[in-house]
Design a protein around this ligand. Structure first.
Ligand SMILES: CCCCCCCCCC/C=C\CCC/C=C/C(=O)SCCNC(=O)CCNC(=O)[C@H](O)C(C)(C)COP(=O)(O)OP(=O)(O)OC[C@H]1O[C@@H](n2cnc3c(N)ncnc32)[C@H](O)[C@@H]1OP(=O)(O)O
Ligand SMILES: Cc1cc2nc3c(=O)[nH]c(=O)nc-3n(C[C@H](O)[C@H](O)[C@H](O)COP(=O)(O)OP(=O)(O)OC[C@H]3O[C@@H](n4cnc5c(N)ncnc54)[C@H](O)[C@@H]3O)c2cc1C
Length: 699
């Protein structure tokens, strides 16, 4: 070992003690439980040297009666699948950043095939299989097959079509994707140029562009195209189209298909074969149009069924709903890394040579980190509620009750937009919270960011989706005078008159700790912003023109409404019985942090609409600081509660045992650049330069 390496080893050794200080923060009286899991909090004298959770091989689940009833009952499944994946070498992912695109993609295929093999061997249920794919943690064609192709057939196919196609898809005898977006049209679905003409005399071309799984894997796609029969257009519909031969995987005649190329970041979303597809007079059987909404007869006549045509957009509603829960997962993952590392990292501190301060103890760190922790919980709860809403609307649709569809669309669109934008920003904030080391690939944060950011765009650009919410809100406001009572998430608008007049009652900081006070402030802000937009809109002769002109304000109003939904669902959650010593109090603190931090960040809205006074705003801010102090002792417990394995976190900084510095050092040596001491290219480039300098110096 060179002396330089010896020095570095000593340096690392000297920091091991600091690193393991993460355990300090696990000295707390709260047993925390999320996803139904109890995470034991150990008091081991401020020092802990636990191995990784995979190594320990156990998560200590409490008795059933101690579980939090209000989490989805799938903790055991989730935990088992996380361990299964973490302990299987095929699912290794620490080398992703080093792989070429081809290696990366082939590796993804290998993982997907292996996962499928395990699913069959272990006879996993649908829920288990889905959890397993989640923990494999790599975007793959299977996401689109299970997440969009199958739901599209289920939601838009007739019974007969479902019976034909679903068994094939369930056994993966066909692999499908969701092919809607084109090179020229994504947001504007009605503007799609792909046509499906019943009388097959078309020579138009159009390019589908973006669908995941399309580029190299899918044998089939649900393709969205404008239906033309008897020379007339009948809107966009889904068609099941076979793309590749089931014998040799070659594209079928008339089909050109390939990958659209590298995307943002290394590794990241490049495991996915987003594809380009061109049809040149491809013919498909009539009964491969998904016909639940509209049927085309043998003679080419269109027969509309009794379900609304918006059901054609139903797969997007389903996926948007899943994306909200996913936002909570991605955010909790980033927050887990940043929180654990903030407890390990020390900078500055006493001048007398004592131990330096853990960065988590700085108020600035807390004011950046703890609202993100609170958001991770808030998104989980609103995600659960949205799942319920989606199930409810699905059941109603089956019974031909379409009344809640507009609200389901507005909620899924708005919450998808709100949670993905917040999560993308939060992951980047977590990277900064980890200082320089956050920029290292081994922190796990750069890749998480690169994989996550497209969520702000796919399944509907976030601004486009907020404009959909704004339309829904303007419609609701316009109907207030007509006696039609707003229901569901807009029920508060029935009290518009009161809310327009109301004055916030807060007089001292603690008054902000009343859920009713917080709710009223958020309701008043949302109503006032919506009503102001509606009043401005009414001044336009042409409402569409007005909508375009005022769209930036409308987006702000939609955000206010969606934030109110998240706050109110958090508060509702806390009205339920929550077992576990101290758990409810911790969640209450997080709920207040979530709400008061939003209030602080959007102070302009609250003040300009007169919902609160500057004095009340300042009291809210004072209170936030004291809430941060209350979270601090339990911060590590609150992120441990997410129950992420080290494999899933994929972060040296976020290790469960806090052993950050030695592992960072170890990771560095794994880089291929360190395979040789003298780098490739030395002889060609470095040496001649050095020699040149030497010659010049001698001259
Ligand atoms: C078991 C295993 C499961 C595994 C789970 C894995 C999960 C998978 C997750 C995968 C995650 C990531 C992979 C990413 C893959 C990405 C895929 C895609 O991106 S697919 C393409 C998505 N594209 C879009 O989202 C396009 C966005 N644009 C639109 O949605 C629309 O065009 C829109 C809404 C912006 C405008 O449409 P249109 O012009 O037709 O509408 P109008 O504004 O005129 O509205 C008419 C009317 O309809 C109502 N409406 C609109 N949309 C909907 C809807 N979706 N549902 C219900 N109603 C809707 C609208 O409100 C109007 O109503 P009205 O009463 O007339 O005012
Ligand atoms: C990683 C990834 C995976 C994807 N997977 C799939 C897939 O599997 N299947 C599939 O079909 N598609 C897929 N897509 C495509 C995706 O759905 C579209 O990119 C998305 O819907 C946005 O549409 P667009 O690209 O047309 O954006 P555009 O609409 O062109 O947006 C560009 C800008 O214009 C703004 N804008 C657009 N319209 C308006 C408006 N009316 N008012 C104000 N501003 C507006 C937007 O806010 C944005 O800032 C994927 C995309 C990505 C990035």
């Amino acid at each position: 070992m060179s002396s330089a390496q010896g020095f570095l080893n000593d340096w690392v050794e000297s920091r091991v003690g600091l690193g393991s200080n993460i355990s300090n923060s696990r000295n707390t009286s709260v047993s925390y439980n999320i996803k139904g899991c109890w995470i034991p909090l150990t008091d081991n004298g401020g020092r802990r040297s636990l191995g990784s959770r995979e190594e320990q091989g156990s998560v200590r689940c409490r008795r059933d009666e101690d579980r939090l009833g209000w989490f989805p009952p799938h903790f055991d499944v989730s935990d088992r699948m996380a361990r299964l994946v973490a302990s299987d070498p095929v699912f290794r992912k620490d080398n992703r950043a080093m792989l070429s695109r081809k290696e990366l993609f082939k590796n993804t295929l290998r993982k997907a095939a292996h996962a499928w093999k395990r699913i069959i061997e272990l006879r996993l249920s649908e829920e288990e299989a889905s959890e397993m794919r989640f923990y494999v943690d790599e975007p793959a064609f299977t996401d689109l097959h299970w997440g969009m192709f199958v739901p599209a057939i289920k939601g838009q196919g007739t019974e007969e079509q479902q019976q034909k196609w679903l068994p094939l898809a369930y056994k993966m005898q066909i692999i499908g994707c969701y092919a809607q977006t084109e090179l020229g049209h994504g947001s504007n679905v009605q503007g799609l140029e792909t046509t499906a003409t019943f009388d097959p005399e078309s020579d138009e071309f159009s390019f589908i562009w973006w669908p995941g799984g399309l580029g190299k894997v899918s044998t089939h796609a649900v393709v969205y195209a404008r239906l033309i029969t008897e020379g007339q257009e009948h809107g966009v519909h889904g068609f099941i189209v076979q793309l590749r031969s089931l014998d040799d995987h070659m594209p079928l005649p008339g089909i050109t298909v390939g990958d659209i190329g590298m995307k943002f970041g290394t590794g990241a979303y490049n495991t996915m074969d987003n594809g380009v597809l061109r049809f040149d007079n491809v013919r498909i059987p009539r009964n491969q149009m998904l016909m639940r909404v509209m049927r085309v007869t043998r003679e080419g006549k269109c027969v509309q069924s009794n379900v609304p045509r918006q059901l054609i957009y139903g797969t997007m509603v389903y996926v948007r709903q899943t994306i909200v829960s996913d936002a909570s997962s991605a955010l909790s993952r980033a927050v887990c890394i940043a929180t654990r590392y903030s407890a390990v990292r020390r900078q500055f501190g006493p001048q007398d040579g004592g131990v330096e301060t853990q960065v988590i103890d700085y108020k600035t760190q807390q004011s950046r980190l703890f609202p993100l922790l609170a958001s991770a919980y808030a998104f989980r709860f609103v995600g659960e509620w949205l799942k319920w809403l989606y199930l409810d609307v699905t059941q109603r649709l089956q019974a031909n009750d379409f009344s809640t569809l507009p609200e389901a669309h507005a909620c899924t669109a708005g919450l998808k937009s709100l949670t993905t934008s917040a999560t993308a920003d939060a992951i980047e904030e977590c990277r900064k919270l980890c200082g320089g080391h956050g920029y290292l690939s081994s922190s796990g944060l750069p890749e998480l960011f690169a994989v996550y950011v497209p969520a702000c765009t796919y399944e509907g650009d976030n601004v486009v989706l907020l404009l959909q919410v704004a339309r829904f809100l303007m419609k609701t406001v316009s109907q207030l005078g007509s006696g039609k009572k707003p229901v569901g998430t807009t029920a508060y608008m029935a009290r518009a008159e009161d809310l327009l007049q109301s004055r916030c009652s807060v007089q001292k900081a603690e008054d902000w700790l009343k859920p009713s006070v917080i709710l009223e402030a958020f309701e008043a802000r949302a109503v006032r912003m919506c009503v102001a937009c509606a009043q401005s809109l009414s001044k336009f002769q042409n409402p569409e023109e007005g909508f375009l002109e005022l769209s930036a304000d409308l987006v702000e109003a939609a955000i206010a409404h969606c934030q109110l939904i998240v706050v109110s669902k958090f508060i509702e959650k806390l009205q339920q019985d929550i077992p576990g010593k101290g758990v409810k109090q911790q969640l209450q603190i997080l709920c207040y942090i979530y709400a008061l931090n939003l209030l602080h960040k959007h102070l302009g809205d609250f003040l300009s609409t007169g919902c609160i006074t500057p004095k009340q705003a300042s009291l809210a801010n004072d209170h936030l600081r004291s809430l941060y102090s209350k979270v601090r002792p339990n911060a590590i417990a609150l992120v441990d509660a997410f129950n992420y394995t080290d494999h899933f976190l994929g972060s040296v900084l976020g290790r469960y045992d806090g052993n950050v510095y030695p592992k960072l050092y170890e990771e560095a040596w794994k880089d291929p650049l360190n395979d040789s001491v003298v780098p490739d290219g030395y002889q060609e480039y470095i040496r001649p330069m050095l020699k040149q300098q030497l010659r010049n110096a001698r001259l």
